[in-house]
Write a protein that binds this ligand. Structure first.
Ligand SMILES: [Zn+2]
Length: 361
């Protein structure tokens, strides 16, 4: 299994955790902050960016790297997962068909059909280093008939995405473009058989890497470990696998043990903004799940606490600020709170990742 993943914007040591930079930004942080947190690459959201500020605008501004100031690798998702989440919550947002995803209610009030080709064109124009195929996402508890349809569509769409990706690759004279990579997403819900059907069809088409698709948690919020592990077994180890949406520190470690090497999740940054800060309880290890401590910024007990969030943490927040100040910023609803808290949680994730890199080497 490779320990490095190369892109035209740098080599990523594996494993790597990618914070979600939904609209081209990790909320509250700029590109320099991200680098200070030890972030190696980010995951941006083509579904949101194609609406605000729009694909044409981003392309005219020189692509996502020039636009956002982040010069490291950028992954973009296809929009399939966002569309699935929105349509699942409210069918008024749109519908799925064999040809793609039809969105009725977009930010600018226009109707959009996100076909596999269009999804690739959008990600390509935005300048992503790693593009994802459009997929038809399901929940692990959805009916079997829906899982069958999801696998059929996901494979069919992946084939169309690959063709479009190859066409764009053949038409470019740019060396950086030639280093772009395309990942496909393995669907199949909670069925081993469907996962196997999907994985073998995608392997036959051939991609640079693969993602675990579908909602990764069960109805109680627990990682669907068996299916996540089994899906990794279906993909030969020379291909990197991305655990989409998996980023709770314990779930990340479990998924790493199954052989996944790329992760992205909004949880560490969202937790930070909500005052839930991560800290190690004792020594980090991969044998037990008892090393994560939560510190709640809102707790009154921190009012006179002169210690940082974590005295052993080398992050800029812990090097310069006490828990009393962090608590105060939270209580007065100061935007600086989100920045300092997010810097700390992302630095914590980077620390966990460095520990796992030691195991992967
Ligand atoms: Zn810290």
């Amino acid at each position: 299994m490779d320990t490095l993943f190369s892109t035209s914007h740098g080599v990523i040591p594996l494993p790597a955790f990618l914070p979600d930079a939904t609209f081209g930004q990790v909320r509250g942080l700029d590109a320099q902050d991200l680098a200070a947190c030890g972030v190696q690459a980010v995951m941006m959201n083509s579904y949101h960016l194609m609406q605000k500020p729009g694909t044409t605008v981003i392309s005219a501004l020189g692509g996502l790297h020039a636009f956002s100031g982040w010069q490291g690798p950028i992954f973009t998702d296809s929009g399939g997962f966002q569309a699935y989440s929105l349509i699942r919550q409210n069918s008024g947002f749109g519908s799925f068909s064999d040809d793609g995803i039809h969105l009725k209610n977009t930010a600018h009030g226009k109707k959009i059909t996100l076909t596999p080709e269009k999804s690739i064109q959008i990600q390509w124009k935005m300048g992503a280093d790693v593009l994802f195929c459009l997929d038809d996402c399901t929940h692990v508890d959805d009916a079997d008939s829906e899982q069958v349809l999801s696998v059929q569509r996901t494979v069919h769409w992946a084939s169309r995405c690959k063709q479009e990706f190859q066409r764009l690759m053949e038409n470019t004279q740019n060396d950086a473009d030639r280093q772009r990579k395309l990942f496909a997403v393995v669907q199949g819900g909670g069925s081993r058989q469907h996962r196997e059907t999907c994985a073998s069809a995608l392997l036959e088409i051939g991609f640079d890497g693969y993602g675990y698709g579908g909602w990764p948690l069960d109805k109680d919020g627990n990682l669907v470990e068996e299916m996540v592990g089994y899906t990794r077994e279906l993909i030969p180890t020379q291909f990197p696998m991305h655990a989409l949406g998996i980023g709770h520190p314990y779930n990340l470690v479990r998924t790493f043990q199954f052989g996944y090497r790329l992760f992205d999740c909004a949880m560490p940054t969202r937790d930070a903004r909500h005052g839930r800060l991560y800290r190690l309880r004792g020594e980090f290890n991969t044998r037990s799940l008892d090393w994560l401590d939560y510190i709640y910024a809102q707790d009154e007990k921190h009012m006179r606490d002169t210690q940082p969030i974590d005295p052993t943490c080398p992050c800029p927040t812990c090097q310069h600020y006490s828990m009393s100040y962090i608590h105060h910023l939270h209580q007065i609803n100061e935007t600086l709170f989100a920045r300092l808290a997010t810097i700390h949680n992302l630095s914590f994730m980077a620390h966990i990742i460095r520990q796992l890199r030691g195991e992967a080497a």
